[in-house]
Ligand binder design. Sequence first.
Ligand SMILES: NC(=O)C1=CN([C@@H]2O[C@H](COP(=O)(O)OP(=O)(O)OC[C@H]3O[C@@H](n4cnc5c(N)ncnc54)[C@H](OP(=O)(O)O)[C@@H]3O)[C@@H](O)[C@H]2O)[C@@H](O)CC1
Ligand SMILES: Nc1ncnc2c1ncn2[C@@H]1O[C@H](COP(=O)(O)OP(=O)(O)O)[C@@H](O)[C@H]1O
Ligand SMILES: [K+]
Length: 505
Amino acid sequence: MKIFTGAQVKELDKYTIEHEPIKSEDLMERAADALTRAITASWGTDTAVVVFAGPGNNGGDALAVARMLAEKDYRTTAYLFNIGNTLSEDCTINKKRLQDCKKLRKFIEVTNEFDPPRLEKGMLVIDGLFGSGLNKPLAGGFASLVKYINQSPAQVVSIDIPSGLMSEDNTYSVRANIIKADMTLTLQQKKLSFMFPENQNFIGKLQILDIGLSKDGIESIPATYSVVEEKDIKARILHRNSFAHKGDMGSALLIAGSYGMAGAAVLAAKACLRSGTGKVTVGTPKRNNDILQISVPEAIVHHDKDDKYFTEPIDVEEFDALGIGPGLGQNENTAIALITQIRKTQVPIVLDADALNILASHRAWLQQLPKGIIMTPHPKEFERLAGNHYVDSYERLCKAQSMAQQLHAYIILKGHHSALCLPDGTVIFNSTGNAGMATAGSGDVLTGIITGLLARGYKQAEACLTGMYLHGIAGDIAAKEKGMESLTAGDLIEKIPQAFAFLDK
Ligand SMILES: NC(=O)C1=CN([C@@H]2O[C@H](COP(=O)(O)OP(=O)(O)OC[C@H]3O[C@@H](n4cnc5c(N)ncnc54)[C@H](OP(=O)(O)O)[C@@H]3O)[C@@H](O)[C@H]2O)[C@@H](O)CC1
Ligand SMILES: Nc1ncnc2c1ncn2[C@@H]1O[C@H](COP(=O)(O)OP(=O)(O)O)[C@@H](O)[C@H]1O
Ligand SMILES: [K+]
């Protein structure tokens, strides 16, 4: 599913109006109808409703919703903020229609002084102040109104986007001046800012309402951001030939685990084996031998000459993919071995955890990474790698996008919606997984899965996308069975088979 920017939504709106064709005011009526249906599904007619409408089309939507709710016998009061004495055309039309509505309790157009109504428990506020047309952070009277609504005990439903929240970049937004909605009814598609953890408090429960914008328009307008869908992954799954031989199914090399961190190697190796690859070899220090051999008997162990650390690059000729980093440690000899290993490796590589931390302390090496390399940092690892602290997720994502372009790399910025940044500058968000996966070792499992998929024959973009999605599905299946609280990384591995079965349906 594409995520369009505010400017693109306007373009899509225009496209729909011209090509359906439909009048702009009728499109607003359709949106208001969908909004009203969603509101009436959750609140009964005994709810007193206070609608706050702004001067643009978000306000137009709100006024149309006020009329529809009043017609359905909700006790409705509407405030229209027309401070600058300019309303959008469709807002003006809906103001007139609302004024003609006999069932509305009260309509107040605020042009100067505003006497705020009492907002009590059990009341419902409809926030239609600003939507995708917000062009600067809220300040002054609007900021005070937002604070007034936020501190009230009333429930709040935001139309399209909580007022004060920008569709994309909230670097300069004042967080106290953004509506904290209990529910956001967003039109047609998620906004980019909805993908970021720090904005969840504003959005509340999210519902996406289909308002029938042009399918051709959606198809033809290119989007930088999108969310992966089940059908995209299902179409990418490779199937086994009946005559398959393990030699055809790929051979993966994982370099992982230092002394005291053998578990990371075990988790990655098990996940790698579960991901369909024919053969898994684990390069690990001598001392981890027994642990690996006993825990993952299917894997071959390649011993480093060092007892505790990875210090000797491994010949990669017989392998189809390399995953390196989980539990590796950051010993200086390991750092030298890592960059030597990267230089001599011709097959696709996944860098994770300590491999990324080592690069962060040798940032000049970033320029030596081969094109097509995959990196899977969590936010802190990414910040170390980029050598910078970012004020919010948007800024961090932009940096990951530009790094992916500059290095021709695939960067998976991990999180609730992990973001795959591709070398062409586009970003695909994952849509599976849950908070139970915020547990030690789940990243090692992801590295194992992606390395396994690469060895199995998936190209980099496919391996990243399928890997993130599969990892999240495994987490969702595990959480259903064991609950999020008790979920461990090992549980994820056990559910990879069911995750594959789900995607194979
Ligand atoms: N395709 C769809 O999805 C559909 C979308 N629809 C709806 O349209 C909405 C977008 O409407 P929109 O473009 O008119 O913008 P909107 O958010 O109402 O704000 C613009 C107004 O706010 C003002 N303004 C801006 N910032 C400000 C600030 N900081 N402080 C004060 N004022 C500020 C700005 O004034 P300006 O700065 O331009 O002078 C202008 O007057 C969208 O969210 C959805 O609800 C549906 O109707 C149908 C289909
Ligand atoms: N709240 C969450 N929702 C969905 N996925 C999550 C959540 N928290 C973590 N994950 C996933 O779990 C993995 C955690 O990776 P990472 O932070 O590297 O963990 P570790 O270093 O402990 O192995 C990532 O793939 C991430 O996307
Ligand atoms: K709004």
